[in-house]
Design a binder for this molecule. Structure first.
Ligand SMILES: Cc1cc2nc3c(=O)[nH]c(=O)nc-3n(C[C@H](O)[C@H](O)[C@H](O)COP(=O)(O)O)c2cc1C
Length: 196
C-alpha cells in the first residue's frame, strides 16, 4: 500500500480519473515542514478554480510555524486540536460575500468550495494530505487571520502535510482514520425530475 492508496475500498461505478477515489482526508500527519514551492503550487491550483463572473471570492490565509501558527491552532475545536496542530500548515478559508459595490456574492461559498477542491487535488497529486475542518471557532478565525467580518464569511480550516502514522493520533481517531465511502450516484443525480 502506498501513501496515496485509500485505506479501504473506494470503487468507482463508472470510469473516472483515479485521483478522485485515491484522495482521502487522513487525520494523521508527519510533523515535518512544507516548502515554499509546495505552498505556492497549492494556492496556484486554487487560483485557477472557476467562479461566478470570475470574481474569485476566496481568501486563503495560511500559517506554518511561529506566532501565526499558534493563533491558527487555537481556533481549532477540541477534536480537531488532537491532530490538526501536527500538520505542516493550517489554512483558514474565507469567502468574500459582498463585492466592492456592497452587493452580495450569491455564489461565494460555492466558488470557494471549488477552489478548496482544486487545492486538495493538487496536494494529492504532490503526495500531500489535506483535511478540511468545519470544527473551528468561526468568529475567532476572523481575528486570527485579520479578516473583515463585514466582507467575508469564515468557511473552514484546512490541515495540509504529509500523511503520518496512526500512532500519532488518539486510538479512537486512529480506528476511524479511513477513507470514507459515498452515497450511490442515484441518490445525488437525477434525470429531469428530482426523485430523492
Ligand atoms: C467543509 C468540511 C468540513 C469538515 N470538517 C471536519 C472537521 O471539523 N473535523 C474532521 O476531522 N473532519 C472534517 N472534515 C472531513 C470530512 O469528514 C471528510 O472529508 C469526509 O468524511 C469525506 O472523507 P474523505 O475526505 O476522506 O473522502 C470536513 C470536510 C469538509 C469538506
Amino acid at each position: 500500500m502506498t501513501d496515496s492508496d485509500p485505506k479501504n475500498s473506494r470503487l468507482a461505478n463508472a470510469a473516472i480519473e483515479p485521483m478522485f477515489t485515491e484522495r482521502w482526508s487522513s487525520r494523521s500527519f508527519q510533523q515535518n515542514s512544507i516548502s515554499e514551492d509546495q505552498i505556492a503550487s497549492l494556492f496556484e491550483a486554487a487560483r485557477w478554480a472557476p467562479s461566478g463572473s470570475n470574481r474569485q471570492p476566496w481568501a486563503f490565509v495560511y500559517a506554518t510555524v511561529g506566532p501565526d501558527r499558534d493563533r491558527f491552532n487555537a481556533v481549532l475545536n477540541e477534536n480537531n486540536s488532537y491532530w490538526g496542530p501536527k500538520a505542516s500548515m493550517i489554512v483558514l478559508v474565507f469567502a468574500r460575500i459582498v463585492d466592492a459595490e456592497g452587493k452580495t456574492i450569491r455564489t461565494a461559498q460555492f466558488d470557494t468550495g471549488a477552489a478548496w477542491m482544486s487545492l486538495a487535488l493538487q496536494a494529492h497529486a504532490m503526495g500531500l494530505n489535506t483535511r478540511a475542518m468545519g470544527g473551528i471557532d468561526l468568529d475567532a478565525a476572523y481575528d486570527a487571520a485579520s479578516v473583515s467580518r463585514d466582507e467575508f464569511q469564515t468557511i473552514c480550516a484546512i490541515a495540509v502535510g504529509t500523511r503520518g502514522s496512526d500512532s500519532n493520533i488518539p486510538e479512537r481517531m486512529a480506528k476511524q482514520n479511513l477513507a470514507n465511502d459515498r452515497k450511490a450516484v442515484g441518490e445525488i443525480a437525477f434525470k429531469g425530475i428530482y426523485t430523492g
